[in-house]
Design a protein around this ligand. Structure first.
Ligand code: CP
Length: 334
């Protein structure tokens, strides 16, 4: 597979929408317009239930099979796709990649063709290599869908949707909000996808805060984003503050990355730092979270933290995305 760091190669927007404007795959937030994002958020909201209430179940995916193919570790995304598919009535296959035949040298496409022969309808794919979900989407049968569950540093579209849903629930809107994303922006697929989604939704200001060694290539982010090394500048007046962990697995050389104490002091999102944000600001983290490094532990558990709401919303968003693409597959069959 040819993989390029040219951003154009990662623009899969045309591949994921059918000729009659339906979402067939979800590979990227790029190219989704405001209406398409709002439709997904509205559909997700219908699947949200408060803590203690019975979860919503439906037969929307009855007779369908969803295969979770996670070639990188995951807790939240994998568990929530699994629960979402089961709550919609699907059969779910969680392939153990460590015991799969890919370990014996089977190509990823042979693996996909094998599972397709068992009538898998939706592949949910996480991979450390950029381009893999789109590569699979280009090769699956006509009535099969591919969902990107986290692609290298490039893209994590369902995470962006669940982040937007959480912001909308707490703030009532996304438009005109000031959002600060703090941490390892350079290696973060979450930062890329959520920045794209926020920009499409008309965010007021987007501030990307990181030490120089973890700063993004400005061309990889929407033009309006403010890139700064100064957390005080980035956080002042913010309505939403999102902390990100350092993606050590994607950093070849840690030279220039501050040590833990120095990092927390300069870039840790803390109660003290939050005094500069808007009085009703919320704190987010996509997880996995390293307490005491990118976020003060007690702040993560405080009333302004929406971290567990993000996790709850993750199941609802994945139910919405699964039901949407399966409707698109049904429409393609007609
Ligand atoms: N946010 C996120 O993708 O978490 P996991 O790696 O646990 O899936």
């Amino acid at each position: 597979m040819a993989v390029s760091k040219d951003d154009k190669v990662f623009d899969y927007s045309a591949l994921q929408i059918t000729s009659d404007d339906r979402l067939r795959h979800l590979l990227t937030i790029r190219g989704l317009n405001r209406n398409q994002i709002v439709e997904l958020l509205d559909r997700s909201q219908k699947f949200v239930k408060a803590e203690g209430e019975a979860v919503i179940r439906s037969s929307a995916l009855s007779g369908r099979t969803v295969a979770n193919l996670f070639f990188e570790p995951s807790t939240r995304t994998r568990a929530s796709f699994d629960l979402a598919a089961r709550r919609l009535g699907a059969d779910v296959l969680n392939l153990d990649v460590n015991t799969s035949s890919r370990k014996k040298g089977e190509s990823i496409l042979d693996m996909i063709y094998t599972l397709q022969a068992m009538q898998v309808d939706v592949f949910v794919v996480r991979d450390a290599e950029a381009g893999v979900p789109a590569y699979i989407a280009r090769h699956v049968n006509d009535f099969v869908s591919v969902l990107n569950a986290g692609e290298s540093y490039v893209s994590h579209p369902t995470q962006a949707l669940l982040d937007l849903l959480t912001i909308r629930q707490r703030k009532g809107r996304i438009e005109k909000l000031n959002v600060a994303i703090v941490g390892d922006i350079a290696h973060s697929r979450v930062a890329r996808s959520v920045s794209e989604a926020l920009t499409t939704m008309g965010v007021g200001s987007l501030r990307l805060v990181s030490p120089k060694a973890l700063a993004p290539d400005p061309h990889a982010f929407p033009g309006e984003a403010i890139i700064t090394e100064d957390l005080d500048v980035g956080i002042t007046g913010a309505d939403v503050v999102m902390a990100l962990r350092i993606q050590r697995e994607r950093i070849g050389n840690l030279d220039g990355v501050p040590g833990i104490d120095e990092y927390f002091s300069a870039y840790g999102v803390s109660h003290k730092r939050m005094q500069l944000a808007a009085a009703d600001a919320i704190v987010m983290h996509p997880g996995p979270m390293n307490r005491g490094i990118e976020i003060e532990s007690s702040l993560a558990d405080s009333p302004c933290s929406v971290i567990r709401e993000q996790v709850r919303n993750g199941v609802a968003v994945r139910m919405a995305v699964l039901s949407t693409v399966v409707e698109s597959l049904d429409a393609l069959r007609k």
